[in-house]
Write a protein that binds this ligand. Sequence first.
Ligand code: SF4
Length: 473
Amino acid sequence: MLAAMPPPPTPTTPQQGEPATQPPAPGTTRDAPPEAHPLTRDRSDACPGALRLHSADDGRLARLRLPGGILTNRQVEALAVAAERYGDGHLTITSRGNAELRGIGESCGTGLAELLRHTHLLPSERHERIRNIVASPLAGLDGLGHGTLLPRLRALDALLCAEEWTAALSGRFLFALDDGRGDVAGLGADVTLLAQAGDAPARDAQAGNAQAGNAQAGNAVVVRVGASTLKVAASDAPRAALEAARAFLATAAAAGTGAWRVRELPPGHTVDLATALAHANIPADPTLVPPAPAPTPATTPTPGILAGPEGAYTVVVAPVLGRVSAAQLRALAGPGGEVRVTPWRGFVVPGFDERGARERLRELGDAGFVTAPDAPWAGVGACTGRPGCAKALADVRRDALPGTGGLPVHWSGCERRCGRPHGDWVDVTATADGVYTVAVRGARERQVPLEEGELTQAVAAARRAPHGPPRTT
Ligand code: SF4
Protein backbone atom coordinates (compact mmCIF):
# COMPACT_ATOMS: atom_id res chain seq x y z
CA MET A 1 0.00 0.00 0.00
CA LEU A 2 1.01 3.57 -0.46
CA ALA A 3 2.60 5.16 2.56
CA ALA A 4 1.53 8.65 3.65
CA MET A 5 3.61 11.12 1.69
CA PRO A 6 4.98 14.41 3.00
CA PRO A 7 4.65 17.47 0.75
CA PRO A 8 7.50 18.06 -1.68
CA PRO A 9 10.48 19.59 0.13
CA THR A 10 11.79 23.04 -0.60
CA PRO A 11 14.86 22.68 -2.78
CA THR A 12 17.99 23.69 -0.96
CA THR A 13 20.66 22.48 -3.31
CA PRO A 14 21.20 22.61 -7.05
CA GLN A 15 18.96 20.25 -8.97
CA GLN A 16 18.93 18.47 -12.22
CA GLY A 17 16.46 20.18 -14.46
CA GLU A 18 14.94 23.58 -13.96
CA PRO A 19 14.46 24.68 -10.37
CA ALA A 20 10.93 23.95 -9.34
CA THR A 21 8.89 25.95 -6.90
CA GLN A 22 7.02 24.75 -3.89
CA PRO A 23 3.38 24.09 -4.70
CA PRO A 24 1.18 26.37 -2.61
CA ALA A 25 -0.99 25.03 0.15
CA PRO A 26 -4.68 24.98 -0.77
CA GLY A 27 -6.27 28.37 -0.37
CA THR A 28 -3.03 30.30 -0.21
CA THR A 29 -1.65 32.73 -2.72
CA ARG A 30 0.82 31.27 -5.09
CA ASP A 31 3.87 33.43 -4.70
CA ALA A 32 3.21 36.06 -2.07
CA PRO A 33 3.92 34.40 1.27
CA PRO A 34 7.46 33.88 2.44
CA GLU A 35 8.69 30.44 3.32
CA ALA A 36 7.30 29.16 6.61
CA HIS A 37 10.84 28.29 7.67
CA PRO A 38 13.15 30.81 6.06
CA LEU A 39 16.21 29.37 4.46
CA THR A 40 19.70 30.53 5.16
CA ARG A 41 21.90 30.33 2.10
CA ASP A 42 25.63 30.32 2.69
CA ARG A 43 26.63 30.35 -0.94
CA SER A 44 25.47 31.56 -4.33
CA ASP A 45 23.29 29.29 -6.44
CA ALA A 46 24.93 26.64 -8.60
CA CYS A 47 22.42 26.69 -11.46
CA PRO A 48 24.06 25.64 -14.70
CA GLY A 49 24.20 27.99 -17.65
CA ALA A 50 25.53 28.13 -21.18
CA LEU A 51 29.03 28.80 -19.88
CA ARG A 52 28.90 27.24 -16.44
CA LEU A 53 28.30 23.62 -17.29
CA HIS A 54 27.14 21.08 -14.74
CA SER A 55 28.73 17.65 -14.54
CA ALA A 56 26.00 15.03 -14.66
CA ASP A 57 26.19 11.28 -14.87
CA ASP A 58 25.61 11.40 -18.63
CA GLY A 59 28.20 14.08 -19.35
CA ARG A 60 28.13 17.83 -18.94
CA LEU A 61 24.91 19.78 -19.02
CA ALA A 62 24.26 23.31 -20.31
CA ARG A 63 21.10 25.27 -19.54
CA LEU A 64 20.34 27.90 -22.15
CA ARG A 65 18.16 30.80 -21.06
CA LEU A 66 15.60 31.71 -23.71
CA PRO A 67 13.89 34.89 -22.44
CA GLY A 68 10.17 34.61 -23.09
CA GLY A 69 10.90 31.38 -24.96
CA ILE A 70 11.18 33.37 -28.17
CA LEU A 71 13.40 31.91 -30.90
CA THR A 72 13.96 32.94 -34.48
CA ASN A 73 14.11 30.18 -37.08
CA ARG A 74 17.86 30.75 -37.24
CA GLN A 75 18.17 30.21 -33.52
CA VAL A 76 16.09 27.03 -33.79
CA GLU A 77 18.61 25.77 -36.33
CA ALA A 78 21.48 26.81 -34.05
CA LEU A 79 20.01 24.78 -31.20
CA ALA A 80 19.63 21.78 -33.48
CA VAL A 81 23.29 22.12 -34.52
CA ALA A 82 24.33 22.53 -30.88
CA ALA A 83 22.48 19.36 -29.91
CA GLU A 84 24.06 17.36 -32.73
CA ARG A 85 27.57 18.78 -32.58
CA TYR A 86 28.10 19.18 -28.83
CA GLY A 87 25.35 17.27 -27.02
CA ASP A 88 23.54 13.96 -27.27
CA GLY A 89 21.46 15.05 -30.26
CA HIS A 90 18.51 16.18 -28.16
CA LEU A 91 17.25 19.21 -26.27
CA THR A 92 15.24 19.06 -23.06
CA ILE A 93 12.65 21.77 -22.50
CA THR A 94 12.37 22.99 -18.92
CA SER A 95 9.45 24.23 -16.84
CA ARG A 96 10.62 27.79 -17.45
CA GLY A 97 10.66 27.47 -21.22
CA ASN A 98 14.44 27.20 -21.26
CA ALA A 99 16.47 24.49 -22.98
CA GLU A 100 19.03 22.02 -21.71
CA LEU A 101 21.73 20.24 -23.64
CA ARG A 102 22.98 17.02 -22.09
CA GLY A 103 25.90 14.72 -22.76
CA ILE A 104 28.31 17.53 -23.65
CA GLY A 105 31.90 16.42 -24.06
CA GLU A 106 34.71 17.85 -21.94
CA SER A 107 36.18 19.87 -24.79
CA CYS A 108 32.96 21.20 -26.28
CA GLY A 109 32.22 24.19 -24.05
CA THR A 110 34.14 26.74 -26.13
CA GLY A 111 32.57 25.71 -29.41
CA LEU A 112 29.10 25.75 -27.90
CA ALA A 113 29.60 29.25 -26.50
CA GLU A 114 30.86 30.47 -29.86
CA LEU A 115 27.82 29.08 -31.66
CA LEU A 116 25.46 30.67 -29.16
CA ARG A 117 27.23 34.03 -29.40
CA HIS A 118 26.95 34.08 -33.19
CA THR A 119 23.23 33.46 -33.07
CA HIS A 120 22.48 36.01 -30.33
CA LEU A 121 21.63 33.34 -27.81
CA LEU A 122 24.40 34.58 -25.53
CA PRO A 123 24.18 38.39 -25.55
CA SER A 124 26.05 38.84 -22.27
CA GLU A 125 28.39 36.35 -20.67
CA ARG A 126 28.10 37.96 -17.26
CA HIS A 127 24.33 37.82 -17.34
CA GLU A 128 23.59 34.58 -19.13
CA ARG A 129 22.24 32.77 -16.05
CA ILE A 130 19.99 35.58 -14.81
CA ARG A 131 17.99 36.11 -18.01
CA ASN A 132 15.13 34.15 -16.52
CA ILE A 133 11.95 35.54 -18.06
CA VAL A 134 8.76 33.65 -18.84
CA ALA A 135 6.12 35.32 -20.98
CA SER A 136 2.60 34.40 -22.10
CA PRO A 137 3.39 32.20 -25.14
CA LEU A 138 0.21 33.09 -27.02
CA ALA A 139 0.47 36.85 -26.48
CA GLY A 140 -0.61 38.68 -29.62
CA LEU A 141 -1.59 35.48 -31.43
CA ASP A 142 -5.09 34.45 -30.34
CA GLY A 143 -6.94 37.67 -29.56
CA LEU A 144 -6.90 37.05 -25.81
CA GLY A 145 -4.84 39.15 -23.43
CA HIS A 146 -3.69 42.67 -24.21
CA GLY A 147 -1.50 42.14 -27.23
CA THR A 148 2.14 41.48 -27.89
CA LEU A 149 4.72 41.39 -25.13
CA LEU A 150 7.75 41.47 -27.40
CA PRO A 151 8.78 45.13 -26.87
CA ARG A 152 8.40 44.76 -23.09
CA LEU A 153 10.30 41.47 -23.12
CA ARG A 154 13.18 42.82 -25.18
CA ALA A 155 13.39 45.96 -23.08
CA LEU A 156 13.57 44.02 -19.82
CA ASP A 157 16.18 41.62 -21.21
CA ALA A 158 18.26 44.54 -22.46
CA LEU A 159 18.04 46.30 -19.11
CA LEU A 160 19.09 43.15 -17.26
CA CYS A 161 22.10 42.70 -19.54
CA ALA A 162 23.10 46.37 -19.37
CA GLU A 163 23.52 46.61 -15.60
CA GLU A 164 26.49 45.20 -13.69
CA TRP A 165 24.57 44.71 -10.46
CA THR A 166 21.98 42.41 -12.02
CA ALA A 167 24.65 39.70 -12.30
CA ALA A 168 24.25 39.34 -8.53
CA LEU A 169 20.72 37.94 -8.97
CA SER A 170 20.37 34.23 -8.43
CA GLY A 171 20.12 31.94 -11.44
CA ARG A 172 16.72 31.01 -10.01
CA PHE A 173 15.28 34.54 -9.76
CA LEU A 174 12.36 34.65 -12.19
CA PHE A 175 10.50 37.42 -14.03
CA ALA A 176 7.06 36.76 -15.53
CA LEU A 177 5.46 38.87 -18.26
CA ASP A 178 1.76 38.08 -18.48
CA ASP A 179 -0.38 39.55 -21.24
CA GLY A 180 -3.38 39.68 -18.90
CA ARG A 181 -4.76 36.18 -19.46
CA GLY A 182 -3.27 34.94 -16.20
CA ASP A 183 -1.12 32.07 -17.45
CA VAL A 184 2.45 32.86 -16.45
CA ALA A 185 1.20 35.08 -13.59
CA GLY A 186 0.47 31.82 -11.78
CA LEU A 187 3.98 30.41 -12.11
CA GLY A 188 5.32 31.83 -8.87
CA ALA A 189 7.77 34.34 -10.37
CA ASP A 190 9.67 36.74 -8.14
CA VAL A 191 8.65 39.77 -10.18
CA THR A 192 5.45 39.59 -12.23
CA LEU A 193 4.25 42.15 -14.78
CA LEU A 194 0.56 41.65 -15.47
CA ALA A 195 -0.91 43.66 -18.37
CA GLN A 196 -4.23 45.39 -17.76
CA ALA A 197 -6.58 47.45 -19.87
CA GLY A 198 -7.40 50.91 -18.62
CA ASP A 199 -5.71 53.94 -17.24
CA ALA A 200 -2.08 54.07 -16.29
CA PRO A 201 -0.37 56.35 -13.82
CA ALA A 202 1.31 59.29 -15.55
CA ARG A 203 3.98 61.84 -14.95
CA ASP A 204 3.09 65.29 -13.81
CA ALA A 205 3.82 67.14 -17.05
CA GLN A 206 4.47 70.48 -15.38
CA ALA A 207 6.62 69.21 -12.57
CA GLY A 208 8.31 66.77 -14.97
CA ASN A 209 8.47 64.07 -12.37
CA ALA A 210 6.53 61.18 -10.98
CA GLN A 211 3.04 61.95 -9.78
CA ALA A 212 0.97 59.01 -8.70
CA GLY A 213 -2.74 59.25 -9.25
CA ASN A 214 -2.58 61.43 -12.36
CA ALA A 215 -4.19 59.04 -14.86
CA GLN A 216 -3.96 58.98 -18.62
CA ALA A 217 -5.56 56.63 -21.09
CA GLY A 218 -3.63 53.57 -22.13
CA ASN A 219 -2.67 50.13 -21.03
CA ALA A 220 -1.39 49.71 -17.53
CA VAL A 221 0.75 46.99 -16.02
CA VAL A 222 0.52 45.65 -12.48
CA VAL A 223 3.92 45.02 -10.94
CA ARG A 224 3.81 42.30 -8.30
CA VAL A 225 6.63 41.40 -5.92
CA GLY A 226 5.66 39.14 -3.06
CA ALA A 227 2.47 40.62 -1.61
CA SER A 228 3.16 44.13 -3.01
CA THR A 229 1.33 45.26 -6.14
CA LEU A 230 1.44 48.62 -7.88
CA LYS A 231 0.14 49.80 -11.21
CA VAL A 232 2.50 51.52 -13.64
CA ALA A 233 2.34 52.69 -17.25
CA ALA A 234 3.15 49.97 -19.76
CA SER A 235 6.10 51.98 -21.01
CA ASP A 236 7.58 52.03 -17.50
CA ALA A 237 6.99 48.33 -16.81
CA PRO A 238 10.43 46.93 -17.80
CA ARG A 239 12.21 49.55 -15.70
CA ALA A 240 9.82 48.89 -12.83
CA ALA A 241 10.67 45.19 -12.97
CA LEU A 242 14.37 46.04 -12.89
CA GLU A 243 13.91 48.32 -9.88
CA ALA A 244 11.90 45.63 -8.11
CA ALA A 245 14.80 43.21 -8.60
CA ARG A 246 17.25 45.80 -7.30
CA ALA A 247 15.07 46.35 -4.24
CA PHE A 248 14.98 42.58 -3.67
CA LEU A 249 18.78 42.40 -3.64
CA ALA A 250 18.93 45.24 -1.11
CA THR A 251 16.29 43.56 1.05
CA ALA A 252 18.06 40.21 0.85
CA ALA A 253 21.37 41.82 1.80
CA ALA A 254 19.74 43.51 4.79
CA ALA A 255 18.11 40.26 5.87
CA GLY A 256 21.46 38.51 5.76
CA THR A 257 20.07 35.07 4.94
CA GLY A 258 21.44 34.91 1.41
CA ALA A 259 17.95 34.57 -0.10
CA TRP A 260 17.93 33.69 -3.79
CA ARG A 261 14.23 34.35 -4.27
CA VAL A 262 11.59 36.72 -2.90
CA ARG A 263 9.71 34.01 -1.07
CA GLU A 264 12.87 33.01 0.76
CA LEU A 265 13.06 36.38 2.54
CA PRO A 266 12.58 35.92 6.27
CA PRO A 267 9.54 37.39 8.06
CA GLY A 268 9.84 41.12 8.58
CA HIS A 269 11.88 41.60 5.41
CA THR A 270 9.70 42.56 2.45
CA VAL A 271 10.57 44.31 -0.75
CA ASP A 272 9.45 47.96 -0.52
CA LEU A 273 8.18 48.28 -4.05
CA ALA A 274 6.61 51.72 -3.61
CA THR A 275 9.86 53.27 -2.39
CA ALA A 276 11.86 51.53 -5.10
CA LEU A 277 9.65 52.90 -7.87
CA ALA A 278 9.52 56.36 -6.32
CA HIS A 279 13.33 56.49 -6.17
CA ALA A 280 13.45 55.54 -9.84
CA ASN A 281 10.92 58.27 -10.69
CA ILE A 282 8.40 55.73 -11.95
CA PRO A 283 4.78 56.85 -11.36
CA ALA A 284 2.82 54.13 -9.65
CA ASP A 285 -0.70 53.80 -8.30
CA PRO A 286 -1.93 51.45 -5.60
CA THR A 287 -4.03 48.64 -6.97
CA LEU A 288 -5.86 45.65 -5.64
CA VAL A 289 -3.80 42.49 -5.34
CA PRO A 290 -4.48 40.67 -8.59
CA PRO A 291 -5.32 37.00 -8.31
CA ALA A 292 -2.72 34.48 -9.33
CA PRO A 293 -4.84 31.55 -10.44
CA ALA A 294 -3.22 28.32 -11.39
CA PRO A 295 -2.84 28.14 -15.17
CA THR A 296 -5.63 26.13 -16.79
CA PRO A 297 -6.10 24.58 -20.24
CA ALA A 298 -8.25 27.60 -21.07
CA THR A 299 -5.34 29.99 -20.54
CA THR A 300 -2.37 27.87 -21.58
CA PRO A 301 -1.44 26.58 -25.02
CA THR A 302 -2.72 23.07 -25.61
CA PRO A 303 -1.65 20.99 -28.61
CA GLY A 304 -3.60 21.68 -31.78
CA ILE A 305 -4.43 24.66 -34.00
CA LEU A 306 -5.44 28.11 -32.80
CA ALA A 307 -7.30 30.61 -34.95
CA GLY A 308 -6.20 34.19 -34.33
CA PRO A 309 -7.28 37.58 -35.62
CA GLU A 310 -7.20 38.34 -39.37
CA GLY A 311 -7.04 34.75 -40.57
CA ALA A 312 -3.77 33.96 -38.82
CA TYR A 313 -3.31 30.47 -37.42
CA THR A 314 -0.91 29.12 -34.86
CA VAL A 315 0.25 25.54 -34.35
CA VAL A 316 0.87 24.25 -30.83
CA VAL A 317 2.70 20.96 -30.19
CA ALA A 318 4.61 19.30 -27.37
CA PRO A 319 7.51 16.85 -27.43
CA VAL A 320 7.00 13.60 -25.55
CA LEU A 321 8.30 14.04 -21.97
CA GLY A 322 9.72 17.44 -22.94
CA ARG A 323 12.59 16.06 -24.98
CA VAL A 324 13.06 16.92 -28.63
CA SER A 325 15.57 15.67 -31.21
CA ALA A 326 17.53 17.92 -33.54
CA ALA A 327 15.42 16.72 -36.45
CA GLN A 328 12.21 17.53 -34.57
CA LEU A 329 13.55 20.98 -33.79
CA ARG A 330 14.20 21.68 -37.45
CA ALA A 331 10.67 20.58 -38.31
CA LEU A 332 9.32 23.37 -36.12
CA ALA A 333 10.73 26.33 -38.07
CA GLY A 334 7.70 28.25 -39.16
CA PRO A 335 6.55 30.68 -41.86
CA GLY A 336 6.35 33.48 -39.30
CA GLY A 337 10.11 33.17 -38.71
CA GLU A 338 9.53 32.51 -35.03
CA VAL A 339 9.07 29.60 -32.63
CA ARG A 340 8.05 30.06 -29.00
CA VAL A 341 9.03 27.63 -26.26
CA THR A 342 6.45 27.43 -23.48
CA PRO A 343 6.87 26.89 -19.72
CA TRP A 344 4.62 23.86 -20.21
CA ARG A 345 7.32 22.25 -22.32
CA GLY A 346 5.60 22.86 -25.61
CA PHE A 347 6.17 24.85 -28.79
CA VAL A 348 4.04 27.57 -30.37
CA VAL A 349 4.60 28.16 -34.07
CA PRO A 350 2.76 31.21 -35.48
CA GLY A 351 2.29 32.56 -39.00
CA PHE A 352 0.12 30.01 -40.86
CA ASP A 353 -3.04 30.19 -42.90
CA GLU A 354 -5.60 27.55 -41.99
CA ARG A 355 -4.55 24.99 -44.57
CA GLY A 356 -0.87 25.46 -43.80
CA ALA A 357 -1.53 25.04 -40.10
CA ARG A 358 -3.37 21.76 -40.63
CA GLU A 359 -0.62 20.47 -42.87
CA ARG A 360 2.12 21.41 -40.41
CA LEU A 361 0.26 19.90 -37.48
CA ARG A 362 0.02 16.63 -39.37
CA GLU A 363 3.72 16.75 -40.26
CA LEU A 364 4.69 17.44 -36.66
CA GLY A 365 2.51 14.56 -35.54
CA ASP A 366 4.38 12.33 -38.00
CA ALA A 367 7.62 13.67 -36.50
CA GLY A 368 6.57 12.39 -33.08
CA PHE A 369 5.14 15.47 -31.41
CA VAL A 370 2.00 15.48 -29.28
CA THR A 371 -0.55 17.30 -31.45
CA ALA A 372 -3.85 16.95 -29.58
CA PRO A 373 -4.86 17.57 -25.96
CA ASP A 374 -6.22 14.02 -25.65
CA ALA A 375 -3.15 12.32 -27.15
CA PRO A 376 -1.64 9.58 -24.95
CA TRP A 377 1.46 11.60 -23.93
CA ALA A 378 -0.35 14.93 -23.47
CA GLY A 379 0.12 16.25 -19.94
CA VAL A 380 2.75 13.65 -19.01
CA GLY A 381 6.09 14.97 -17.74
CA ALA A 382 9.19 13.48 -16.15
CA CYS A 383 12.40 14.65 -14.56
CA THR A 384 15.78 13.46 -15.83
CA GLY A 385 15.99 10.38 -13.61
CA ARG A 386 18.47 7.62 -14.34
CA PRO A 387 20.94 7.45 -15.97
CA GLY A 388 21.50 11.22 -16.18
CA CYS A 389 20.93 12.10 -12.55
CA ALA A 390 23.02 10.60 -9.78
CA LYS A 391 20.24 11.14 -7.24
CA ALA A 392 17.65 9.20 -9.21
CA LEU A 393 16.21 6.02 -7.77
CA ALA A 394 14.69 4.92 -11.08
CA ASP A 395 14.73 5.44 -14.83
CA VAL A 396 11.54 7.51 -14.79
CA ARG A 397 11.56 8.28 -18.49
CA ARG A 398 11.54 4.57 -19.23
CA ASP A 399 8.90 3.87 -16.61
CA ALA A 400 6.58 6.81 -17.41
CA LEU A 401 3.27 5.73 -18.86
CA PRO A 402 1.09 7.40 -21.48
CA GLY A 403 -2.34 8.29 -20.18
CA THR A 404 -5.87 9.12 -21.09
CA GLY A 405 -6.09 12.78 -20.14
CA GLY A 406 -7.05 14.51 -16.92
CA LEU A 407 -4.67 16.24 -14.54
CA PRO A 408 -1.07 16.72 -15.60
CA VAL A 409 1.16 13.98 -14.23
CA HIS A 410 4.83 14.30 -13.35
CA TRP A 411 7.19 11.36 -12.82
CA SER A 412 10.11 12.03 -10.47
CA GLY A 413 13.17 9.95 -9.77
CA CYS A 414 13.38 11.15 -6.17
CA GLU A 415 11.52 13.34 -3.73
CA ARG A 416 13.05 16.55 -5.07
CA ARG A 417 10.54 16.36 -7.89
CA CYS A 418 12.50 18.64 -10.25
CA GLY A 419 10.38 20.42 -12.84
CA ARG A 420 7.07 19.61 -11.21
CA PRO A 421 4.12 21.56 -12.59
CA HIS A 422 2.01 24.26 -10.95
CA GLY A 423 -1.65 24.01 -10.05
CA ASP A 424 -3.23 20.60 -9.52
CA TRP A 425 -1.13 17.68 -10.70
CA VAL A 426 -0.47 14.02 -10.12
CA ASP A 427 2.80 13.25 -8.40
CA VAL A 428 4.40 9.90 -9.23
CA THR A 429 7.67 9.60 -7.34
CA ALA A 430 10.15 6.75 -7.19
CA THR A 431 10.98 5.36 -3.78
CA ALA A 432 13.16 2.59 -5.19
CA ASP A 433 13.98 1.24 -8.62
CA GLY A 434 10.63 0.69 -10.32
CA VAL A 435 8.64 1.43 -7.12
CA TYR A 436 6.52 4.57 -7.04
CA THR A 437 4.10 6.47 -4.83
CA VAL A 438 1.13 8.30 -6.36
CA ALA A 439 -0.57 11.41 -4.96
CA VAL A 440 -2.62 14.32 -6.19
CA ARG A 441 -0.99 17.67 -5.37
CA GLY A 442 -2.44 21.16 -5.24
CA ALA A 443 -5.97 22.16 -4.30
CA ARG A 444 -7.20 18.57 -4.66
CA GLU A 445 -4.42 17.19 -2.46
CA ARG A 446 -4.91 13.53 -1.57
CA GLN A 447 -3.11 10.22 -1.52
CA VAL A 448 -3.90 7.51 -4.02
CA PRO A 449 -3.84 3.91 -2.81
CA LEU A 450 -1.48 1.83 -4.85
CA GLU A 451 -1.45 -1.92 -4.72
CA GLU A 452 1.39 -3.98 -6.08
CA GLY A 453 1.27 -3.96 -9.89
CA GLU A 454 -1.45 -1.30 -10.07
CA LEU A 455 0.60 1.69 -11.11
CA THR A 456 -1.22 2.24 -14.39
CA GLN A 457 -4.66 2.23 -12.79
CA ALA A 458 -3.53 4.37 -9.85
CA VAL A 459 -2.08 7.06 -12.10
CA ALA A 460 -5.14 7.04 -14.35
CA ALA A 461 -7.47 7.31 -11.35
CA ALA A 462 -5.44 10.16 -9.88
CA ARG A 463 -5.54 12.09 -13.16
CA ARG A 464 -9.31 11.85 -13.10
CA ALA A 465 -9.46 13.28 -9.55
CA PRO A 466 -12.78 15.08 -9.06
CA HIS A 467 -12.74 18.85 -9.20
CA GLY A 468 -12.37 20.45 -5.81
CA PRO A 469 -13.55 23.92 -4.93
CA PRO A 470 -12.22 26.60 -7.25
CA ARG A 471 -8.93 28.15 -6.27
CA THR A 472 -9.20 31.38 -4.36
CA THR A 473 -5.68 32.57 -5.02
S1 SF4 B 1 16.00 12.15 -9.82
FE1 SF4 B 1 14.74 13.67 -10.82
S2 SF4 B 1 13.78 14.78 -9.16
FE2 SF4 B 1 15.52 13.71 -8.27
S3 SF4 B 1 17.24 15.18 -8.35
FE3 SF4 B 1 17.32 13.91 -10.21
S4 SF4 B 1 16.22 15.11 -11.77
FE4 SF4 B 1 15.64 15.92 -9.74
